[in-house]
Design a protein around this ligand. Structure first.
Ligand code: P1T
Length: 381
């Protein structure tokens, strides 16, 4: 099955009782049993729910995995992965990450004895040099949030495998339409399904996808035992979102490339971060491991004052100033004060998340309206 078919039909079946083409919202916490322990495969909705099951099957299918798991948020999915490890275990992560992932690693898990080393994954030697006998996981975000850095997934997973280390890839920015890390050797794919998988900014959800059955069992046990599952109504919405993923991401890819090219040629713009631009330092790697370059980009103005940046953000009309990304509508974000405010300032500045950095989630509107919105605000600066 190819991707456009998979998002609609992958691992899906019609609802057996009625033949309903769309899996209904099974808004139930529990299921009747005929005799103690004798039931129809469903006992309690933390463990299993038919709407969640349909979505989890779709998740597995679109990332070429055997098993998908749906969580209450992207961070709940990441939390599930971290619970695989024990005190003393070490994790290597990229130095540019969603601020909430960084906050979870440093403020929640370090106190339980996990050790995190943050390295620039553009250079594979940095990953190699950070490996110790205690390293158990490489946590990879590519492209990264918010600087759109691209790491070579196949090269890093090969190093990990040679050292008996797991690799997990946060594939939120790329989407499964553009990039499939399990096919490049990763063990776990994570998504904030809040973003492109849901696609309509109407839910908060996380996803994990895996190929290996043993690993799937361990993660499923944690999902069940820790309990951060996605509810049936959200699962229904996400399943509906996934069906148009391919169509939406094609347009996100096209629009974001045009916005990136427009900004790169604008005299008031200092720098644009988008892996689809030839000027991007990892454009070649991105071209090799991605089908398209995604809907996310960041840029800096030549006038790097906070005033100029805020003026631009406050005056956009078609782009909405808001956290999050990956919905059909275009959003603008100021990482330093919004999504990445939980990263201590010296760390932020070291990697380039300055006050002048603006992040755009380019939606699926008409490109002429998006460019006109940007043209208008750039004239004001
Ligand atoms: O918000 P939640 O569904 O819990 O997902 C967390 C998360 C994980 N990974 C990446 C790459 C993310 O971008 C996010 C959430 N990010 C935002 C809310 C944001 O605006 O960047």
């Amino acid at each position: 099955m190819k991707f456009n078919t998979k998002v609609i039909h992958g691992k899906q079946k019609h609802e057996p009782a009625t033949g309903a083409v769309m899996t209904p919202i099974f808004q139930t916490s529990t299921y009747a049993q005929q005799s103690p322990g004798k039931h129809k495969g469903y006992e309690y909705s933390r463990g299993e729910n038919p709407t969640r099951e349909a979505l989890e099957n779709a998740f597995a299918s679109i990332e070429n995995g055997t098993r998908g798991l749906a969580f209450a948020s992207g961070l709940a999915a990441t939390d599930c992965v971290m619970r695989l490890f024990n005190s003393g275990d070490e994790i290597i992560a990229g130095d540019d990450l969603y601020g909430g992932s960084y906050r979870m690693f440093t403020q929640l898990f370090e106190k339980y004895g996990l050790k995190f080393t943050f390295v620039d994954m553009n250079n594979v030697d940095n990953v190699k040099n950070a490996i110790t006998k205690n390293t158990k996981l490489i946590w990879l975000e590519t492209p990264t949030n918010p600087l759109l850095k691209v790491a070579n997934i196949a090269e890093i997973t090969a190093i990990a495998q040679a050292n008996n280390i797991l690799t997990a890839v946060d594939n939120t920015f790329a989407t499964p339409y553009n990039q499939n890390p399990l096919d490049l050797g990763a063990d776990i794919v994570m998504h904030s399904a809040t973003k492109y998988l849901g696609g309509h900014s109407d839910l908060v959800m996380g996803a994990l996808m895996v190929k290996d059955e043993d690993l799937a069992k361990k993660l499923h046990f944690i999902q069940f035992a820790a309990g951060a599952i996605a509810g049936p109504m959200d699962c229904f919405l996400a399943l509906r979102g996934v069906k148009t993923l391919a169509l939406r991401v094609q347009r996100h890819n096209e629009n974001a490339l045009l916005v990136a090219q427009y900004l790169e040629n604008h005299p008031k713009v200092e720098k644009v971060y988008y892996p689809g631009l030839e000027s991007h330092p990892n454009h070649t790697i991105a071209k090799n491991q991605m089908k398209g370059f995604g809907g996310m980009l960041s840029f800096r103005l030549k006038d790097n004052s906070r005033e100029a940046t805020f003026k631009l953000l406050e005056n956009l009309h078609v782009f909405t100033l808001a956290e999050s990304l990956g919905g059909v509508e275009s959003l603008a974000n100021h990482p330093a004060t919004m999504t990445h405010a939980s990263i201590p300032e010296p760390e932020r500045l070291k990697i380039g998340i300055t006050d002048a950095l603006i992040r755009l989630s380019v939606g699926v509107e008409d490109i002429e309206d998006l460019l006109a919105d940007l043209e208008r605000v750039l004239k004001m600066i």
